[in-house]
Design a protein around this ligand. Structure first.
Ligand code: SF4
Ligand code: SF4
Length: 210
């Protein structure tokens, strides 16, 4: 008798530009969500969904916009998604993770992320299938095992930082904070836009692609 797998399927939405390439923009601004489900052995493609909320909000300055988050979550909620995977979730992650289990990726393609997910399936499955009330404030970072690709991100040369905090105010993503009079960058929020680079008098910040 074959084991029933249907109740163990985990359904993912991958934030992509074209269904194959992972988007480096915020999760809510991805062009296309590629929906897949997996039993931990293989992935099956369900469908690709164009993000219709992007156009409505493309002039929004506040990427944590509540309307945008609600629109994307409704879009994906209709697809019965358990987990969402992206390179960059942006500030909306606080809202997203109450509905879907968030997984951070650092690779370039959906296929690479799938390989990484299958490697740690025993961790992924129970978290993805648990509601927020049980799993709590948890996300998983797949790390950088798939290849050399890394999304652009700001890097602070700590020895040059004077602690003036100009960069904190310059960052539209609130990705920079001060600790012990030195700037630190939260890579999960940083989009690599480079606005902080010009704000820094001693040129202590640069944008790295590695
Ligand atoms: S602007 Fe430059 S010197 Fe000032 S806190 Fe930021 S990194 Fe440091
Ligand atoms: S590159 Fe600098 S300004 Fe742009 S999001 Fe990253 S930390 Fe903020």
């Amino acid at each position: 008798m074959t084991e029933r797998k249907a109740d163990k399927l985990v359904r993912f939405a991958f934030a992509t530009t074209d269904g194959e390439t992972l988007a480096t923009s915020h999760f809510g601004s991805a062009d296309c969500y590629s929906i897949w489900e997996s039993n931990g052995i293989t992935f099956r493609h369900v469908r690709d969904i164009i993000n219709t909320s992007v156009e409505e909000d493309e002039h929004e300055e506040h990427h944590g916009d509540v309307k945008k988050a609600a629109s994307v979550m409704e879009l994906l909620g209709n697809e019965k998604i358990h987990a969402v995977l992206a390179i960059n979730f942006g500030p909306n992650i606080e809202r997203i993770k109450k509905k879907f289990f968030p997984v951070f990726a650092h690779c370039e393609f959906v296929g690479e992320a799938m390989n990484d997910l299958l490697k740690i399936w025993n961790e992924i499955e129970p978290l993805a299938l648990s509601p927020f009330s049980l799993r709590g404030d948890i996300s998983i970072d797949l790390g950088n095992s798939s290849g050399s690709f890394r999304s652009p991100h700001a890097v602070v040369e700590t020895s040059r930082c004077r602690g003036c905090s100009f960069c904190v105010d310059s960052c539209p993503e609130n990705a920079i904070s001060m600790r012990a009079f030195k700037a630190i960058v939260d890579e999960t929020l940083c989009t690599g836009c480079g606005k902080c680079v010009n704000s820094c008098p001693p040129r202590a910040i640069s944008v790295s692609h590695h």
